[in-house]
Design a protein around this ligand. Structure first.
Ligand code: R5P
Length: 311
């Protein structure tokens, strides 16, 4: 088995390689003067089972291109099998046509990865489970929920918990987490704008009074969804609100927004490399999912069950 990494999240790739006790494959990524990407693999990979780790996070297009070129280099170097390990799959939110004459970019990206030469894909908390079907190659979608549930039990165990989905679309994810927390009760934030131009109304479905609320979502980007949901929960009588979000995209002023919010803390995973602002934030904590990815990689290489990781 070989583990190769792009530049998007080297620390996670190193941690995965450490878990598997294999060195990272010696490869370099360089740029031409015009920013074209050039990748060179400095060791033999002929006949190897290679896992290339790259999150297609900010800068999404550069990181995606790096992944595609890395896969192409591996294919031309005669790797026996190439698994694209994409802890954060960017473009996933563009998984349907929101209106006429718009693209389904998640499908386009899936096509590009397959065409480049990937044989398999390994991702974490895809924005929608159906994205697995965008790939015509085997695709494993891992869940951060067990890692989060263990942390929630350690931090908030024994308290009157309420798992909350910040929108109607996230209910399945929230229910799965609630199940792991001894069937904690579930609430949903229902955002409504009755007429265009009117301000959004947040209705809470479920009685959150006196509860410690755990908001769960797959992505925190601008932080708007999360911070507004936290305030709405406190207004409805919640005792406190913490958030567990798999992918800390945290664009623009999101970290400042979280720092100034009503959240007691925001817990994200390391699918996306932390920025200085994230590291400096007193409200943001990072859980590693390197052991989860490492174990899934080991099982894929051994041809054993990946789904049993979540039993
Ligand atoms: C939406 O469907 C996603 O699950 C997240 O709720 C959304 O991407 C969060 O975005 P933002 O932080 O910009 O509100």
């Amino acid at each position: 088995m070989k583990i190769m990494s792009g530049n998007s999240n080297l620390s996670l790739a190193r941690a995965i390689a450490g878990y598997l006790e294999v060195p990272l494959t010696d490869a370099s990524v360089r740029r031409f003067a015009d920013e074209e990407i050039f990748i060179e693999i400095h060791e033999n990979v002929r006949g190897e089972d290679v896992f290339i780790c790259q999150s297609t996070s900010y800068p999404a297009n550069d990181n995606l291109m790096e992944l595609l070129i890395g896969i192409d280099a591996l294919r031309r170097a005669s790797a026996a099998r190439i698994t694209a390990v994409i802890p954060y799959f960017g473009y996933a939110r563009q998984d349907r046509k929101p209106g006429p004459r718009t693209p389904i970019s998640a499908k386009l990206v899936a096509n590009l990865i397959t065409e480049a030469g990937a044989d398999r894909v390994l991702a974490v908390d895809l924005h929608a489970g159906q994205i697995q079907g965008f790939f015509d190659i085997p695709t494993d979608n891992l869940y951060a929920a067990p890692t989060m549930a263990a942390d929630i039990q350690a931090r908030y165990g024994g308290q009157e918990l309420m798992v909350v989905s910040p929108d109607v679309g996230g209910v399945v994810r929230a229910r799965a987490l609630a199940k792991r927390l001894d069937n904690a009760p579930l609430a949903i934030v229902d955002k409504r704008r009755d007429r265009p131009g009117e301000s959004e109304v947040m209705n809470i479905i479920g009685d959150v009074k006196g509860r410690h609320c755990i908001l769960i979502d797959d992505i925190v980007d601008s932080g708007g969804t999360l911070c507004n949901a936290a305030q709405a929960l406190l207004d409805a009588g919640a005792k406190s609100v913490a958030a567990y979000i798999t992918h800390g995209v945290l664009s623009g002023g999101a970290v400042a927004r979280v720092d100034a919010s009503a959240l007691t803390e925001l817990v994200i995973t390391d699918t996306i490399a932390a920025t200085d602002a994230m590291r400096d934030s007193s409200r943001i904590r990072v859980l590693t999912i390197a052991p989860l990815l490492g174990e899934a990689i080991r099982r894929i290489a051994d041809e054993s069950s990946v789904s049993s990781l979540f039993d």
